[in-house]
Design a binder for this molecule. Structure first.
Ligand code: AKG
Ligand code: FE2
Length: 349
């Protein structure tokens, strides 16, 4: 056993290096939160969700979310579209490579990304997209990181005619749930319930469909599905298929399994929210290894604020004895800095 560290945007974090094994932990290690009551007219019902979210975000940094409101049909369609996209020949996928995008939109090939900078590349391929913006959208001209055109596969390729619409429908539905998470965060942080609403009118919201080929036999620990990392934005809404692969680093420095739960999304706090809350909310390190023997697909959506929002430690998270630990920074600039650390092609320019 040795002690290793992973760098997050807010500093290094240590863990015990035991190889790729993780503890099969009882489910309650990652709490399950029912978001149904967020739709209640009764403020007390909503406050209960806020309290559960506070406990989960301050103690674990991860929770399962039930009754998120995204229809199963929308999710199924999105996975089906992802299967078709990744089945296209590499040459076709490469025509929309992320390397052609200043904002990381489009296709990333296997090993094209290295989420853990001490590793040798991630065993996944990905397609990234975010809010669809028309070419004449005035916000595009502002040049803010996060506002960019998407790159879509040619609809004439086999199975691609409804790809764009299917993914955008998922995005819209998941964003609606994301706004509800921000509302629960406001309750959890004793802020006015609509505190975040004006800050997320046109948010950073990259979604990606991921394909992890199975890894069998002796696995190189430095080349797994996605290397140990924390996410960059305020929170991530992760929808996975039924194959287990995700592992989460607990406060004791041990990896624990986070298997899929039927009907639930997995939500985790990102570095920007950790920073905003002066480390009150925890952005927890995680990684994924697909040892299911089958192809695995997942869909994370990284939800931030509008790119021009200033992330300065929230009033409710500081005091004379707990002064701000971080300088204010614009949300878009923060994410840009983190993404550049992850993609080799971005470092060359
Ligand atoms: O696919 C997964 O289970 C995790 C994905 C993830 O952590 C990420 O994309 O940041
Ligand atoms: Fe992640």
């Amino acid at each position: 056993m040795s002690i290793a560290t992973v760098d997050t945007g807010n500093g290094p974090r240590a863990f015990f290096e035991f190889g790729l094994e993780a503890k099969p932990t009882p489910f309650d290690a990652i709490p399950l939160i029912d978001f149904g009551p967020m739709l209640s007219d009764d403020p007390a019902e909503r406050a209960k969700v806020g309290a559960e979210v506070r406990k989960a975000c301050t103690e674990v940094g991860f929770f399962y979310a039930l009754n998120h409101g995204v229809p199963k049909k929308v999710i199924d369609n999105t996975f089906a579209a992802a299967h078709r996209f990744f089945a296209l020949p590499d040459m076709i996928k490469q025509t929309i490579s992320v390397e052609k995008s200043d904002n990381n939109r489009g296709y990333t090939a296997l090993l094209g990304e290295n989420t853990d900078p001490t590793a040798k590349g991630d065993m996944h391929e990905a397609f990234d997209f975010a809010l669809e913006m028309d070419a004449d959208d005035p916000d595009l001209a502002k040049g803010l990181f996060g506002y960019a055109p998407n790159q879509w596969p040619d609809p004439n390729h086999e199975g691609m005619n409804d790809f764009r619409q299917t993914l955008l429908t998922y995005h819209e539905e998941a964003l609606t749930f994301g706004a509800r998470i921000f509302q629960a965060f406001a309750l959890a942080l004793e802020l006015p319930e609509d505190y975040f609403t004006p800050k997320i009118t046109k948010p950073l919201a990259v979604a990606r469909v991921l394909h992890y080929p199975p890894q069998e036999g002796k696995i190189d620990e430095k080349q797994i599905g996605i290397g140990a990392h924390s996410d960059y934005e305020c929170f991530t809404i992760l929808c996975t298929d039924e194959k287990a692969a995700l592992q989460v680093l607990n406060a004791a420095g041990e990896w624990i399994e986070a298997p899929p739960v039927e009907g639930a999304f997995i939500v985790n706090v990102g570095d920007m929210m950790e920073r905003w809350t002066n480390d009150y909310f925890k952005s927890t390190i995680h990684r994924a290894i697909n040892r299911s023997g089958k192809q695995r697909y997942s869909i994370p959506l990284f939800f931030g604020t509008n790119p021009d929002v200033e992330i300065a430690v929230l009033e409710s998270c500081q005091s004379a004895s707990n002064p701000p630990r971080y300088e204010p920074i614009q949300a878009g600039a923060y994410v840009e800095q983190r993404i550049t650390e992850t993609y080799a092609h971005r470092q060359e320019d």
